[in-house]
Design a protein around this ligand. Structure first.
Ligand code: DOR
Ligand code: ZN
Length: 329
């Protein structure tokens, strides 16, 4: 059996920098026509010069692959001239609440102070990508943050807002209320609940932000994605960390899923008998919501089983050592 995908896109990806970038970028470049690249580097990507330098480094790491990195600026207060100059080089601006996840210390501390920049973004039609979690109880963070989403979506009706890596029933319901709001969903959040992370022996390689939630939340996510919700795009949130940062005291958040993303997505959609919905989730919804035309790239997957290695370099991938049903050919 054979599945063809037309220009798959990963609308939320961490490529890191230096040696890690060289290690992980080829997996995304082989599987996808393009990816939205997150700006949370050690020194955040928060200027046009940094965007250009980072893009060049990514292109070098991807080699000859036909792959478009859609760059994002790290949210801070920007002047109109800065954003106007950056506009043609970016797909959006990524907002992190300060300290909420990996390398987000320079994120937003005071949400009252961001209005001016949002106003400019709305005028210039630059999308706003948000890591939407409060600093409350870990299982409630996403739900609590909905009030912030609501305020921004109401005050800036012409601003395209993307709720990144949503994990809850509440977020799915919220999404329906505002035409200017879209969302991404990861692979691992379509497969895991909190039980998989901490229910038995602690699984550091499944620890991520936002944390996987309840069985009911998992069901709601799967229903929305597999049911063909056109506002939801695939975004892997593939976030590699070296093993010593995962298998230690103070485990870093992130699941490295890019090598297995397409095979596992095909498997999920096949098992639920909705392969006809995969092309929209993996590409068409993103084209529509962002108004982008990706590079032409056809990916073929065949039902040839393979075993995921226990590590790529120093990084343990999602589904390590397990057998997958589908391979990219
Ligand atoms: O688990 C996560 N890892 N969530 C994020 O939001 C960031 C990411 C990272 O950069 O490691
Ligand atoms: Zn992320």
């Amino acid at each position: 059996m054979k599945i063809e995908l037309n220009s798959p896109l990963d609308m939320h990806l961490h490529l890191r920098e230096a040696e890690m970038l060289k290690l992980v970028a080829p997996f995304s470049a082989q599987s996808f026509a393009g990816a939205v690249v997150m700006p949370n580097l050690i020194s955040p990507v928060d200027s046009l010069q940094k965007i250009k330098d980072y893009r060049n480094a990514i292109m070098t790491a991807c080699g000859k692959e036909n792959f478009e990195p859609y760059m994002t600026l790290f949210f801070r207060s920007y002047k109109r001239t800065e954003l106007a100059a950056a506009k043609e080089h970016i797909i959006g601006v990524k907002l992190y609440p300060a300290g909420i996840t990996t390398q987000s210390e320079k994120g937003v501390k005071d949400f009252d102070s961001i209005q001016e920049t949002l106003h400019i973004m709305e005028e210039l039609q630059i999308p706003l990508l948000i890591h939407g979690e409060s600093n409350g109880f870990v299982m409630e963070r996403e739900r609590e943050f909905l009030t912030v989403y609501q305020e921004i979506a109401t005050n800036f009706p012409n601003l395209h807002i993307i709720m990144e890596h949503i994990t809850t029933t509440a977020a799915i319901e919220f999404l329906e209320k505002y035409e200017n709001v879209s969302a991404t969903v990861t692979l691992h959040h379509l497969m895991l609940t909190l039980d998989d992370v901490v229910g038995d022996l602690l699984q550091p390689h499944l620890f991520c932000k936002p944390i996987a939630k309840t069985p009911a939340d998992l069901q709601a996510l799967r229903q929305a994605v597999l049911g063909g919700n056109r506002k939801i795009m695939f975004g892997s949130d593939s976030a590699p960390h070296p093993r010593h940062k995962k298998e230690c005291v103070g485990c870093a958040a992130g699941v490295f899923s890019s090598p297995v993303a397409l095979p596992l997505l095909v498997q999920i959609f096949e098992e639920e008998d909705c392969l006809d919905k995969l092309q929209a989730f993996i590409s068409d919804n993103a084209r529509e919501r962002y108004g982008i035309t990706p590079l032409e790239k056809r990916l073929t997957l065949t039902d040839t089983p393979w075993q995921v290695p226990q590590a790529y370099g120093d990084v343990r991938p999602f589904y390590a050592e397990k057998q997958l049903r589908w391979s990219i050919s």
